[in-house]
Ligand binder design. Structure first.
Ligand SMILES: Cc1cc2nc3c(=O)[nH]c(=O)nc-3n(C[C@H](O)[C@H](O)[C@H](O)COP(=O)(O)O)c2cc1C
Length: 364
């Protein structure tokens, strides 16, 4: 399988660095962003989910309507939609997009966030529910024959899905870094999503996922494809890139502190999800890991979502990405801090170079 690139969808020009308070969807911006990803040959865009945020399905359908090749990854929390409805909604998007729908499952990393939409299961139960949910979706996509389900979390009789996915099924991704995530993702997912950790720690996580796949009886050629996530800060030279990185950090911290001492959100509670806890622990061990993996952006945001930066010239970013390809990562998620401009920069200076380097290797 080739190395593929993922971005994240933004519905308007608001960014972490320059937020536009209460911004609504800007359809022109959304179209321009999606078309830029398509033109610069990103393979996927993730449409994220948050309890107070936009509906990913309608955003996803809009993206599909204005692009040709870009695949749309819908982030989905099982608590938000019955599995029979989700199976049809995803297959509907798949038909509309001519086979470009992908689903990324989120078991739910925070009790408080889950409670906002009435979900009071504990984390172990949330992963148990996810396991059942994935099995129902796969069964619903497999054939239109009616079937019953009598599980712990879902029961129904004679459900028949007449909305068939274009390619027979829809790729299923799972993200997380807890034992439960490894188990469910390793046994059931086509893709496993990870945040940006150093090479050693990433390798450890990949080994855990593959071990779970093996335990579930999956062959080596049927293991989940690995997705890793970075926030590259790229400029013409190393020096310029590091200056930009420090400007980015200052902005994330809400302005440069007068005494020059880096602020850390010490009064912010520790995040509940293991993925964020791991990022913060790695951040406490040093600012730069491996070639150019930079962690102060993790600390500054209390590891809120994907937050690990890669800093350097295009060549350094390309070489860093290739390090992860060598570890076995096939899907590389890159998004910056100046969302649209960074996506275009990556499309111009990073994606073609990674692809060229991989092609070169193949011909040698
Ligand atoms: C690549 C990737 C993308 C994610 N996207 C979302 C998202 O859009 N919304 C969300 O609530 N959680 C998202 N998550 C969080 C997790 O899927 C998951 O709920 C959480 O990390 C589980 O916690 P764990 O690490 O303790 O298993 C994402 C995680 C990864 C690795």
């Amino acid at each position: 399988m080739p190395t593929e690139f993922i971005s994240v969808t933004f519905p308007n020009a608001s960014t972490e660095l320059v937020p536009i308070p209460n911004a609504s969807i800007d359809p022109d911006y959304l179209t321009r962003y999606a078309r830029s990803l398509d033109d610069y040959e990103f393979n996927y865009t993730l449409v994220p989910y948050g309890s107070s945020s936009y509906d990913p399905f309608t955003i996803g359908a809009t993206i599909a309507a204005v692009t040709k090749n870009l695949k749309v990854i819908i982030a989905l929390r099982p608590n938000t939609l019955p599995p029979t409805v989700a199976a049809k909604a995803l297959a509907t998007l798949d038909q509309l997009s001519r086979g470009r729908a992908v689903v990324h499952f989120i078991a739910g990393g925070s009790d408080a966030e889950q409670a906002k939409e009435g979900d009071f299961l504990n984390k172990e139960e949330r992963y148990g529910r996810l396991e059942e949910y994935i099995k129902i979706l796969r069964r619903a996509w497999e054939s239109a024959d009616p079937f019953d389900w009598d599980g712990k979390y879902y029961q129904f009789k004679q459900f028949s899905n007449q909305v068939r996915p274009v390619n027979g099924t829809i790729p299923v991704s799972v993200g997380g870094s807890s034992d439960e995530a490894y188990r469910i993702g390793g046994s059931l997912a086509d893709i496993f999503g990870l945040w940006g950790e150093p090479l050693k720690e990433t390798k450890e996580q990949i080994d855990r996922i593959y071990a779970e796949a093996k335990k579930a009886g999956r062959a080596d050629n049927d293991r989940p494809r690995i997705w890793v996530t970075f926030r590259p800060i790229v400029a013409e030279t190393e020096e310029l890139a590091w200056a930009k990185a420090h400007r980015t950090l200052d902005a994330l911290q809400g302005g440069k502190p007068a005494n020059g001492v880096t602020k850390t959100p010490t009064d912010t509670p520790q995040p509940q999800n293991v993925g964020s806890q791991r990022l913060l622990e790695i951040a406490s061990r040093g600012e730069v890991h491996d070639r150019a993996l930079w962690y102060p952006t993790v600390t500054a945001t209390n590891a809120r979502g994907a937050s690990t930066a890669l800093v350097g010239s295009p060549q350094t970013i390309v070489d860093s990405i290739l390090d992860y390809v060598d570890l076995g990562a096939e899907l590389i998620s890159i998004r910056g801090y100046d969302n649209l401009n960074d996506a275009i920069d990556y499309g111009r200076y990073v994606l073609p170079k990674v692809r060229e380097a991989l092609k070169d290797r193949e011909s040698h």
